[in-house]
Every structure is written in C-alpha cells, then in structure tokens.
Design a protein around this ligand. Structure first.
Ligand code: CP
Ligand code: NVA
Length: 304
C-alpha cells in the first residue's frame, strides 16, 4: 500500500518507534563500514520551495548511502513557478521518480501532491509541520537518554511547525510535553486539541519558560521567525525576548537536561552561544541523525 509522510499524525506508536530503531541500526551499520544498496535503481525527486542546508543534504546523502539517486528541484526550477497545477506535477513526477521529498509553505501543497502522486510524498517542512526533523530529534533523545516515553520534554518559544510536530509525537508516543509560548504565538489549535483528546500524558501550554523547564529532561527551542516570517523578525525579537534559552533559564532545569535545537540557530536570540556550545546541547548530533533517520524513512516508504 502507498504510504506518504505528510505529518506524524498518520503513524502509530509502533511505526514511530520502528523509524527510530531502524535509524539507530543504520547509524551503527554505517560506523562498521557496511555498504547499503537497498535503494539501488531508485530515484527520489526533491522539490524545495524554501531554502535548506541540513534537510536537503541529509536526504540526498541518505539516498546515495542506500544506493539510490536524487534529482533536486528548487522553487524556480519547475513549472510550479508558472502555476502548473499541483495535481499535474504529482502525476508527471510519479512517472519519473520513486518518491517525492517536498519542502514548501502550505501544508495543502503536500496534501494535494500526496493525493495525486502514485509514489510516496515526504514532508520535508511546511509552515505547519516538520515531521522528519522531530523523528531525528526523538532518535537523538533516545540515544542520549535511553528512552523518550518516560521523559518530560519542554518546548520554549514559538508555537511553530516544529512545536506542532512535537505535539503530535507526544500524543502518539505518550511522553509529557510542556510548551511555553508568548500570547498569540501558541501552536496550531486544531493540532493541540486533537492531541489533547488522545494523549496519555499531559501536554501543557504555559506562558512561563521557567515553569516549563522545571523538571524537564529535554529542552527544545527554535528560531523566533520561521522561513516566510522574515518581515516579522524585529517585532518577534521583542515579544520573544523573555523566552531565550540562556544560562539563567538552564539554571532552573535539571543539571542533566539536554538542549535540542534543529538549527539553524540565531545566537543571542532564541539561544545563547554559551548554551548552544555547552556540553548539554546536542544540536550537532541532531543534525547528523537527520541523515540516518532519512535513510530509515526512505527505506520504509520506498520498499513497502
Ligand atoms: N533543521 C533543518 O530543517 O535545517 P535546514 O533548514 O537547513 O534543512
Ligand atoms: N521553524 C523553522 C525551522 C527551520 C528548520 C522554520 O520553519 O523556518
């Protein structure tokens, strides 16, 4: 059966854990020098309407690392830039490639491509979700802490695409999640309400970052202005100033808490240089794990 990865919502607890376990195995195998060829003869098309360093390169590297190939198309490279309907793009691309990895603005673009594509469509970030990132981040937490389901995860800052995907993961995997966001910058209310309806552990939205990090095992932040919100950067910098992850905030958290940042980081805005470069911060392991996780995702979706 054709499976897409539009958001984490479509996956069960077992399926999410299987991605994590498989990515950890693929990472171990790479360290032993194992040569993988399970996607030999397969090609993935990357359609990126927003810029990317990590997600693009880690998907490309993952595909090559499994013996496959990629075709990268930026926003201006296709007839989408001249308003070719997504349903036509989906059906045409499906005749050339074995999967589509899409980074775009509206979630509805991914939904429409998935509706018409006859190959798997993978969401590599939209304004609403960043599901592959959260899978890599959960893998990193499991590597560092041995588990995520018994932990308390804190999200500090904007209730953005990353926060929305964390909320869906918390509901499905059953870990505690506390979000501290300024008024007016809460996560998507539909996603939040849906998650509350099925969560087995608390998912809480607070205003106070100090309250959120108290007792937290994992502290997460992200840029205050996401891609597409550049014009709001200055206004947001003022509103989000009390939400900076700095040494004072870290002093309120357990000493063994780890700090996650999906990168790119804006130093001295959402996180200080001191915290980002501290031993508690695992941002560069997260970045590495994107490649291992993308291998696990590509393998699962392209070799059903
Ligand atoms: N974390 C992340 O998605 O980074 P890029 O925007 O560089 O892909
Ligand atoms: N929330 C950020 C994540 C970047 C990887 C953005 O959407 O720009």
């Amino acid at each position: 059966m054709l499976h897409h990865l539009e958001s984490l919502q479509e996956f069960s607890e077992d399926e999410l854990l299987a991605f994590v376990n498989r990515a950890i195995t693929l990472k171990e195998e790479r360290l032993t020098g194992a040569q993988h060829q399970q996607l030999a003869g397969k090609t993935v098309g990357l359609i990126f309407e927003k810029v990317s360093t990590r997600t693009r390169v880690s998907f490309e590297s993952a595909m090559y690392g499994l013996g496959g190939q990629v075709i990268f198309l930026s926003g201006r490279d296709t007839q989408l830039a001249r308003s070719e309907p997504l349903k036509d793009m989906a059906r045409v691309m499906s005749r050339y490639v074995d999967g589509l990895v899409v980074r775009t603005f509206g979630q509805e673009v991914v939904t429409e491509l998935a509706k018409y594509a006859s190959v798997p469509v993978i969401n590599a970030l939209t304004d609403l979700h960043h599901p592959c990132q959260i899978l890599s981040d959960i893998m990193t937490v499991v590597e560092k802490k041995g588990d995520i389901q018994s932990l308390k995860v804190a999200w500090i800052g904007d209730g953005n695409n990353m926060a929305n995907s964390w909320i869906q993961a918390a509901a499905t995997l059953g870990f505690e999640l506390v979000l501290a966001c300024p008024e007016g910058y809460a996560p998507d209310s539909e996603i939040f309400e849906e998650a509350l309806g099925r969560a087995v552990k608390p998912i809480t939205l607070l205003r106070n970052p100090e309250e959120a990090v108290a007792g937290a095992d994992v502290i997460n932040t992200d840029v205050w202005a996401s891609m597409g919100q550049e014009e709001e950067q200055e206004a947001r910098a003022k509103i989000f100033a009390p939400y900076q992850v700095n040494s004072e905030l870290m002093a309120k958290a357990p000493a063994d808490a780890i700090v996650l940042h999906c990168l790119p980081a804006h130093r001295e805005e959402e996180i200080t240089e001191t915290v980002l470069e501290s031993a508690q911060c695992v941002a560069f392991d997260q970045a590495e794990n994107k490649m291992h996780m993308h291998k696990a995702i590509l393998e699962k979706l392209l070799m059903p």
